[in-house]
Design a protein around this ligand. Sequence first.
Ligand SMILES: *Cc1c(COP(=O)(O)O)cnc(C)c1O
Length: 390
Amino acid sequence: MDLRFATKCIYGNLEKNDKDPTGSISFPIYQTATYAHPEVGKSTGFDYSRLQNPTRQHLEEVVASLEQGVDALAFSSGMAAITALMEIFKPGDHLITDADLYGGSIRLFNNISEKNGITFSHINCSEENVESYVKENTKALFIETPTNPMMNVVDIRKMAAIARRHNLLLIVDNTFMSPYFQNPLALGADIVIHSGTKFLGGHNDTLSGFVITNSEEIAEKMRFIIKTVGSGLAPLDSWLILRGIKTLPLRMEKAQENAKAIVEYLLAEPKVKHVYYPGIEGSAAYEVCKSQARGFGSMLTFEVESRELALHILKHTKIIPFAESLGGVETLLTYPCTQTHADVPEDVRIANGITECVLRLSAGIEDKEDLIADLKYAIDSYDGYKALYI
Ligand SMILES: *Cc1c(COP(=O)(O)O)cnc(C)c1O
């Protein structure tokens, strides 16, 4: 049966779904490290939970169905997923990555992958001629779209065409859009990454990460890697992410609605110099985003008139916590220059536009009127405090 998205969030692909013999509606948490074998040479299909666990497997099937992949692998965090993925490359390989990526990915590439003999060209994939950076040893393109935190939109179909021409893998970190709004595999990507900590889990309570692919060959390599490096997701955490995914469509719609309302408020606020959100009509990002995604998401970044105002806002919101992360039911404000992007070299950070005046907001599912009132209070109260900062 060809199920639609919200149904898949609850049941995965029905035909793959192992029904529990008790009729349990909630998929059981198989809290076991190991499994008894019926006899020598026979297995129930489960041998040891580093290799596979029924709860993790069910989650992997649900996520594979949402991203239209042949296989998905669940890891203990998004960074564990990306670290494991880098094991498919070898010393001497070269990767082209977008310069504006999640800070943890940049830290991994620059400090660990490079030490392992992999080289990188970090470029602006939405503006530069990506093809001119392809070398003989280039093996993959690694992008995020929209990018974190500057919300640049990269044309996935265009990147896929370049990847095909040069026999490269196209890897897309789809965390910001979630599979609800965007499916890179359907647009020509080979591998999709998620930090499941964000929208998939959705409650700011559990870490997880995913590698999803539509290639049996890559899936087989990744299965070998996950059992070897041992960073698969634990059973209880798999269950928490499964529960989060059941409400993914409802949360994404509400969070997007809130983001749009906040964007409107910020655009009218004189102390806000710039708002970065792909859903603002008239921008190049808007057109590309519209052509490849079913929505614009709930992530937005804005630049205020001074560093002092940015710090003031972070200190004076009453509802919205100042915290790292995104994609949960709680709206969060993040300060990229000292949080998510603190380890990005300063010149690169500034070149990407991540100044000390830039704040990132992940809209949650609260009442939008309360969120706007909270931001307005934090911004408006600045004038009274201004004298204290100077
Ligand atoms: C958070 C994040 C990651 C890392 O995921 P963790 O679950 O925190 O390890 C990777 N990519 C993007 C875009 C992210 O937002």
